[in-house]
Design a protein around this ligand. Sequence first.
Ligand SMILES: [Mg+2]
Length: 260
Amino acid sequence: MNSPRPLFPEWPKLSKRLRAARCRILLSDFDGTLVAIRRLPGAVRFSKATRRLLEQIRDAGSVVGVISGRALEDVERRVAVSGIWYVGSHGYQLHDPRGRLISLATATERRRVQRAVRQLRSRLAPLPGIRLDIKGASVAVHYRTASPTVAAKAREVVRQVLEQDSELRLLAGKKVWELLPGELVDKWTAIRRLLEEEKADTDRFVVYLGDDTTDELVFRRMRQGISVVVGRRRNTAARYAVDSMGEVRHFLRLWLQVVR
Ligand SMILES: [Mg+2]
């Protein structure tokens, strides 16, 4: 894996491509990219300034999408910008800019997750600091507020639940284990669908920003686009890097200057 290049020194060159493109698509992860990660996922606050930037970029005609592991309604409620794409549950659910729901999970997959939820719920209930986040097509076990001993016990429960159903797969993120119902859908699957729906042809400029392991799937498979990792310089397939969420906001401002 090559290490990513700092984004801003490349911007004069990239911005020319952005200006020339017929279709401009700005996609971003949410937690750790557009908002700071908090001990409790419910405690994050999306800043008014970033919301305003996304609205201005949308108004200037760019396609905007927020791609999250959170439940769809959750990320949508927190970002609260209309007329943009939302992807939730790691790609299983999408809302297009008109609010039309696209679900990439089958009924069988949803039942599979419901079974896992029942098992996790009863067996994790006695463990303090472990929190379950039940989404339409996946379930997340958060251990950020648990002691290391409790986290180890929870890990064993997760392992056993996974063992009982070979179709379930595990996605490990920052202080969270996510159980998903199959191999077929992830953030990249959803983005591919989004690009199809937008009829984004080859004359497009696509950026994807993200900070976590689940974003690496997108970085690896996004051949033509501009992949940007936030805060890391190692073990990443992203082509470019920025250091912080402050720099993400700076990037949004640069984008806006070019497109409006
Ligand atoms: Mg993230």
